[in-house]
Write a protein of this length. Structure first.
Length: 132
């Protein structure tokens, strides 16, 4: 085994395998954790609404809501994953027009708008923290 040379097919296989683990296993797990922890943040801030009157917590709440929306949108990215066309893991609705529109407008456009809003509120939190 040590004397065996790597071929292009071996490298391609490892690339597809790593792509499968990243897109199919790690992304949904990351979306779940992101959704869970941002939900906890929003819940704690809403529950302690009377105690937290600082503007910083408003920015944190808005940022967590944007992150919740982004995680929800990105968790639906799995319907657009096709590692190798016509292979074992290729969604049956992958070739549907609505799925392609969802990828373009939902994930790419709306996802980037939500990321921008999240980054903007994060910058507001940072500036508010700096002004204290």
């Amino acid at each position: 085994l040590k004397d065996r040379k790597l071929t292009i097919l071996d490298i391609l296989y490892e690339f597809y395998r790593s792509q499968f683990f990243i897109l199919v296993i790690f992304e949904p797990i990351g979306c779940f954790f992101g959704f869970f922890f941002n939900f906890i943040t929003v819940y704690v801030i809403f529950k302690n609404r009377l105690d937290l009157k600082d503007k910083f917590y408003d920015y944190m709440k808005i940022n967590s809501i944007f992150n919740l929306i982004y995680c929800l949108i990105f968790s639906l990215n799995l319907i657009n994953v096709c590692i190798i066309p016509y292979s074992i893991y290729c969604s049956t609705i992958y070739y549907n027009y609505l799925t392609q529109y969802w990828k373009i407008f939902g994930i790419n456009y709306l996802g980037n708008v939500i990321k921008f809003c999240s980054n903007f509120t994060y910058a507001q939190m940072t500036l508010n923290r700096y002004m204290l």
